[in-house]
Design a protein. Structure first.
Length: 98
């Protein structure tokens, strides 16, 4: 199982939970990939090592992930569903909004 991580990069509330998830997945030896914008943001904020972000970065979550974790609100979840389109990759919405 490969977990895909995406989210609303305009929300400050994204970064800490996404970084904790990355660290947890790595500690547990689980496969994951990061949407390229999330990877860049985590690296720029110093929350995840650059080498880890580079190794797990992807532009195609639906092709690389078995389950997508989408951090944001309703709009982010809808955007993730639009990106999945007909691929059928399951999405778990993680609400970081109001």
């Amino acid at each position: 199982m490969t977990y895909g991580i995406t989210g609303n990069t305009q929300k400050d509330a994204l970064w800490e939970p996404a970084a904790r998830l990355v660290h947890r997945l790595r500690a547990d030896g689980l496969d994951f990939c990061l949407h390229e914008d999330v990877a860049a943001g985590l690296q720029a904020r110093g929350l995840v090592e650059g080498a880890v972000c580079a190794q797990h970065r992807t532009a195609d979550l639906t092709g690389d992930a078995d389950l997508i974790l989408s951090f944001g609100g309703d709009g982010t979840l809808l955007l993730s569903a639009h990106e999945v389109d007909t691929a059928g990759t399951p999405i778990l919405g993680v609400n970081i909004g109001r």
